[in-house]
Ligand binder design. Structure first.
Ligand code: ADP
Length: 499
């Protein structure tokens, strides 16, 4: 007898170990009251209980189940014998001091005694809370994305490179002017595209799908709606490739940019009007200014001849001011020529040091405050437009003088470096801060600190100089340190140029 009891205990122990190690949570309830006969560690974990609940009814052990569906479902399985299975059911358990919701896939299966009567229920369950929450998060993220896209009137598209079809969402369809269905043959979408843009769209799409293309695609085109109104769309997206280089995904967004394009067009027209005005105004102003200069020079000569030195000197000053006005008008004219791509060059071979010396002479007749020190190490000739290059040098020299008040000299040097001629104009003046250094070559750019504004100028000289040097095949740059000085440099290519 004792042996039998001992064997029974061993068998029970084995059974318990087995039960505890069943993957997934399992519990066995007995009778209509659902007395807990067994519950493995996983199931106890779900409830937040320990083995002390064994022998209690399910409601005694887990009172928070009262009012939730489960007790009724268990009663139903107990009375009908029909297995009940469900997925992702929500259950509330009192865990860690608070009610929390979890999600389970579970099955209630009835088992019978030797007489065929239902004796109890086997409950097996799996916690799928993380999965459900992850799906919720993904759904929420998608909903938010859709909401944002819709609020911004952005459509989405997905190109199936195998079937050669495009799927469009609601806004995408509206933008393309497509109705029935969500998936369209690529050729079908091309029909709504402006005939002049079809080829470009085709080329852009093929470019995006080019094997291994890593770039985002971005192209604009016009679509026509049934009223023949033109609407501009912008498509952006990206193709993702499989390891065998076939297209895995090619998708992106599409948006209406008609208003932006209209704005750009209006701005372009305004710019053209402004350029035309500048060109006409500076041209018209030049004629009277040239006559004033001629008359002033004549008057100066006459006064000198009459021996009226004082008046002659005043007229000479007038001529000086007229010369400044001429330079300003020339700058304005040059800017409009640059904008219209009509800056003319009359090139020939010139001894470069002559160009430098002539420029210094021109400057010297107007600027008496600084001495221009020269270090001319390049003595060769160069094929260029000497007036234009002289214009660059004069601009750099007069800037060097203008922006170094209180100093008495500026330096100009030339030398050959490899296949280039290098020219540098140095001053010891106010300098240019790092952030402004590259912007000084922009049109109308003037350094906007109050000190710099007290200097006269229109912010055009360096813009014109940069364009001249670019068209002569060289480069222009600046080195500077604030309050120490500035060196403007340019290079001109010598290859096939030296004689
Ligand atoms: P501006 O007629 O105003 O001198 P520029 O195009 O010649 O026009 O120069 C643009 C700006 O660059 C100037 O307004 C000035 O702020 C800055 N700049 C040009 N040369 C110098 C220099 N040598 N030293 C300091 N700042 C300079």
């Amino acid at each position: 007898m004792e042996n039998i009891q001992a064997e029974l205990r061993v068998a029970e122990e084995r059974y318990k170990i087995l039960f505890d190690n069943i993957p997934g949570a399992t519990a066995i309830y007995k009778g209509k009251e659902m007395e807990i006969v067994m519950a493995n560690a996983a199931m106890l974990g779900f409830w937040g209980k320990d083995e002390s609940v064994i022998g209690k009814t399910l409601l005694e052990a887990v009172p928070e189940l009262d009012g939730q569906l489960f007790i009724d479902l268990l009663q139903q399985v107990f009375s009908t014998g029909e297995t009940y299975s469900t997925k992702e059911a929500a259950a509330n358990y009192f865990i860690d001091g608070k009610m929390q919701t979890f999600h389970y896939d579970f099955t209630y299966r009835a088992f019978k005694d030797g007489n065929g009567n239902i004796e109890g229920i086997i409950h097996s369950a799996a916690d799928v809370t993380a999965l459900v929450k992850e799906r919720w998060r993904a759904a929420l993220a998608e909903e938010r994305l859709n909401f944002s896209l819709q609020s911004a009137a952005v459509g989405t598209w997905n190109f199936d490179a195998v079937d050669n079809t495009i799927s469009l969402d609601k806004i995408g369809k509206q933008l393309y002017g497509m109705s029935d269905g969500d998936v369209f043959a690529f050729e079908q979408t091309l029909k709504n595209i402006h005939p002049d843009d079809v080829r470009d769209v085709h080329t852009s799409v093929l470019g995006c799908l080019k094997e291994g293309n890593e770039d985002h695609c971005n192209f604009r085109f016009r679509v026509l709606n049934p009223q023949d109104e033109v609407r501009w769309l912008q498509c952006t997206g990206k193709a993702v490739f499989n390891t065998d280089k076939t297209v895995q995904l090619f998708a992106g967004i599409v948006r209406d940019i008609t208003k932006e394009i209209a704005g750009i067009e209006a701005q372009r027209k305004l710019q053209i009007q402004k350029d035309n005005f500048l060109s006409i105004a500076s041209h018209e102003l030049k004629t009277p200014v040239t006559s004033i200069k001629a008359y002033a020079q004549l008057l100066e000569k006459m006064l000198k001849r009459e021996g009226d030195v004082q008046k002659a000197d005043m007229v000479a000053r007038l001529t000086g001011q007229v010369n400044r006005l001429t330079v300003l008008l020339d700058d304005l004219l040059d800017v409009s020529k640059i904008t219209n791509d009509r800056l003319n060059f009359q090139r020939d071979y010139h001894i470069f040091s002559d160009i430098v010396n002539n420029s210094i002479d021109d400057i010297a007749s107007e600027e008496f405050t600084h001495k221009v020190v020269t270090e001319l190490n390049f003595m060769g000739s160069i094929y260029c437009d000497s007036t234009r290059i002289g214009q660059v040098i004069k601009n750099m020299l007069s800037n060097a003088i203008k922006y170094s008040p209180g100093r008495d000299q500026v330096l100009i040097s030339t030398k050959q470096s490899g296949n280039n001629l290098l020219v540098a104009v140095t001053d010891y003046g106010i300098g240019i801060s790092e952030e402004n250094r590259n912007r000084v070559f922009d049109q109308f750019y003037r350094v906007s600190n109050t000190e710099a504004y007290s200097y006269q100028g229109m912010g055009l000289g360096l813009f014109i100089s940069a364009e001249i040097i670019r068209q002569e095949g060289g480069e222009i740059w600046v080195d500077s340190e604030e309050n120490c000085g500035t060196t403007f440099c340019f290079s001109l290519p010598l290859i096939n140029n030296i004689r």
